[in-house]
Design a protein. Structure first.
Length: 392
């Protein structure tokens, strides 16, 4: 077990109709003029956004709106938000939607609080010294942005997708109402479930440090997400499954499942970021498409860890040795992805890279990772290209 610091300052308000506490929470944290930041018009059509507006008006809190955040949120929208907040005298940020709206909001918060070009943080040229006050109303279980220190932004020019992590970016509060996730299409729900699992798998599958309690939490979280996803395929309105998925979303990415480890591998996330930047695919689906190939490429460097996942989470009967058990577990995980209608290779994802694009994907990933990626096995540019090619 390695030493760790566990920091979770976000106040979580969880349960049905908790979104109705939004205005009270904004006021409690000193907000008097709010940016309501969201993606599609779904939050309008469901009545959520008009309901929040009414609550703010009744509380005497002003607001301005900025919608149009897309999956793989764009830097141009972040710039637009920064300028709008300056112009309107906004003093609090509130995202309403999923991880994309949350990530965009966090970037706006860094830009407002620190000045200069906000892309500097995502381009690793600066570190944020402060962040704007912000909260979140989550409508999808996926990214864990509500309790995490990270956000991911795509630069429009060149499709460069980069993540930035800072504890300053953890929201002051997060409202998690499982009922708000019930109107999601199946693909978004299952892509979100996959993302939740990957946030835990990235930490669980490592080559440095472990802690029995952390492993038990991680394994239990993975089993819970798999059960919830299987339930929601058949019964999309099942409240308990939605609630379990939403809470797992938070716990998978607030650092809990990485306590006592080396922090995790994160190769799949970095590899997928380049796929998302180039092809604009759904993040969870992209992770599912790359995971099996990555796992087969690296598992021999720590077969015992993969075998433990196979037995404890995927209920695989132990084979002759850890390597054989690990391979059975990787196949079982891919079977699960197929059962929830997620892709397990690039073809199923709808991506057909050209020769030049394979090289470009690997080159960009190597630059971001400084040609040194992963914990289970350290990957270099040639390894990254090999994984992309094998994933097709």
């Amino acid at each position: 077990m390695l030493p760790f610091t566990y920091y979770t300052p976000t106040k979580v308000v969880f349960g049905p109709d908790t979104w109705k506490q939004a205005a009270d929470l904004v006021a409690a944290y000193g907000g008097t003029k709010v940016l309501l930041h969201y993606g599609s018009d779904r939050v309008k059509k469901t009545g959520l956004l008009p309901g929040i507006e009414k609550l703010l008006e009744e509380k005497g809190i002003g607001y301005v709106e900025l919608g149009g955040v897309v999956p793989n949120p764009r830097l141009s929208k972040v710039y637009e938000g920064i300028e709008l907040c300056k112009k309107e005298g906004v003093d609090f940020l509130l995202s309403v939607g999923g991880g994309s709206a949350a990530d965009s909001m966090k970037a706006i918060g860094y830009g407002l609080a620190n000045g200069g070009d906000v892309w500097d943080f995502y381009d690793f040229k600066r570190k944020a010294e402060k962040a704007f006050p912000m909260g979140m109303i989550l409508t999808i279980a996926a990214t864990g942005s509500d309790m995490s220190n990270s956000s991911v932004i795509t630069k429009d020019a060149g499709g460069i997708k980069r993540g930035y992590g800072s504890d300053l970016g953890r929201p002051l509060f997060a409202i998690l109402d499982p009922k708000l996730t019930m109107s999601l299409p199946e693909y978004q729900t299952m892509s979100g479930a996959t993302d939740i699992m990957m946030h835990t798998l990235e930490r669980y599958l490592n080559n440095g440090g472990s802690m029995d309690l952390t492993d038990e939490i991680a394994e239990g979280l993975l089993r819970t997400v798999m059960r919830a996803a299987a339930t929601l395929i058949k019964d999309p309105s099942n409240y308990d499954a939605r609630a379990n998925l939403l809470w797992a979303n938070s716990l998978s990415h607030n650092g809990l499942t990485g306590c006592g480890t080396d922090g995790g591998d994160w190769a799949c996330h970095r590899l997928e970021h380049e796929l998302g930047g180039m092809y604009d695919v759904a993040h969870g689906a992209g992770l599912a498409a790359i995971w099996g190939t990555w796992a087969r490429y690296v598992y021999k460097c720590n077969p015992g860890r993969f075998a433990k996942l196979a037995v404890n989470v995927l209920k695989v009967a132990p084979a002759a040795d850890d390597e054989a058990t690990a391979l059975l577990g990787i196949a079982a995980m891919e079977d699960f992805f197929r059962s929830i209608h997620m892709p397990t290779n690039l073809r199923e994802l709808g991506v057909e890279p050209t020769e030049e694009e394979y090289k470009e994907l690997a080159r960009k990933c190597a630059i971001t990772a400084k040609n040194n990626l992963g914990s289970v096995r350290v990957l270099h540019e040639e390894d990254m290209e090999a994984i992309y090619r094998a994933a097709y």
